[in-house]
Design a protein around this ligand. Structure first.
Ligand code: NAD
Length: 245
């Protein structure tokens, strides 16, 4: 039995399946990962821009970066990796989709339900946390008419409703993801498994006896601790698995 057939067999027999996706699933849609060679913007790394410190220091610069990413995304289309996962999320009983991606491409492919660990680039909330504006709102205007945008409720600064490096995750999303990690098969797809606490879902799943499958073009920090590592592009490998099911 090939590794691909083994994974398909495990998936067929699983009662609970959880997939965790990272930036790698959106590469075929033209979205760079943070750590790859294309991850630079004006010679800066995302890890220095997507932080509370950077926003406090220069909100306009940080918003220019998000506005640029939103413009890139507006041109992007979901790829087969998004489509396979979206189809499973809708029609496979016991399947839970967890994403670290903020790009909204899985949602555009029709994924539902989805647990977003790091928020959405299409949502904003009040930076000051005013009463009404602390609840995020959706704004798909591209480009944003004024940078930095303001909170429609109090007139203060608005921020992207995403989790920046160094910020805690949304507790409800994290608890839902941790609960879903107690599953039969756990798929880690296109993630470098370096950003915690999301990366902690893999050992959590393992501790609950899950069969762990990694789908990635490269080896990662998690590779040594997975049951099967499928080397390849998520958009190819997921299509191959779907064809076997
Ligand atoms: P990462 O950049 O750390 O890792 C991406 C992984 O994808 C790498 O291991 C790489 O080898 C792999 N990869 C690249 N192309 C692939 C392909 N075609 N198929 C399969 N794998 C492929 O990304 P991460 O682990 O998601 O963590 C980075 C953080 O940055 C996350 O918090 C995430 O929210 C954020 N981020 C999001 C986006 C997005 O929404 N599209 C993009 C960049 C970063």
């Amino acid at each position: 039995m090939s590794a691909l057939e083994l994974v398909a067999d495990r998936l067929r027999r699983a009662g609970r399946i959880t997939a965790l996706t990272g930036a790698g699933v959106s590469v075929a849609s033209g979205m760079p990962t943070f750590r790859g060679a294309d991850g630079l913007w004006r010679r800066q790394r995302a890890e220095t821009i997507a932080t509370p410190e950077a926003f406090a220091h220069d909100p306009k610069l940080v918003w220019e970066w998000y506005d640029w990413r939103r413009q890139t995304l507006r041109e992007a289309r979901p790829n087969p990796a998004h489509e396979v996962l979206a189809a499973w999320s809708r029609s496979t009983p016991g399947f839970t989709l967890v994403t670290q991606n903020v790009d909204g491409l899985l949602e555009r492919a029709g994924a539902d339900p989805i647990i977003r660990l790091h928020g959405s680039i299409w949502h904003l909330r009040c930076y000051q946390g005013c009463d009404v504006g602390r609840t995020e709102w959706r704004d798909e205007t591209v480009p944003l008419p004024r940078l930095p945008p303001t909170c429609p409720h109090c007139g203060g600064l608005a921020r992207p409703a995403v989790t920046w490096f160094g910020e805690p995750l949304d507790l409800v999303a994290l608890e839902a993801a941790a609960g879903a990690s107690a599953c039969d098969v756990f798929l880690a797809i296109g993630t470098s498994a370096q950003v915690f606490p999301a990366a902690g879902l893999l050992p959590h799943a393992r501790a609950h006896g899950a069969f762990i499958v990694e789908i990635n073009t490269d080896a990662t920090h998690a590779t040594g601790a997975v049951d099967v590592a499928l080397r390849g592009r998520a958009e190819d490998v997921l299509k191959q698995i779907a064809a076997l099911l």
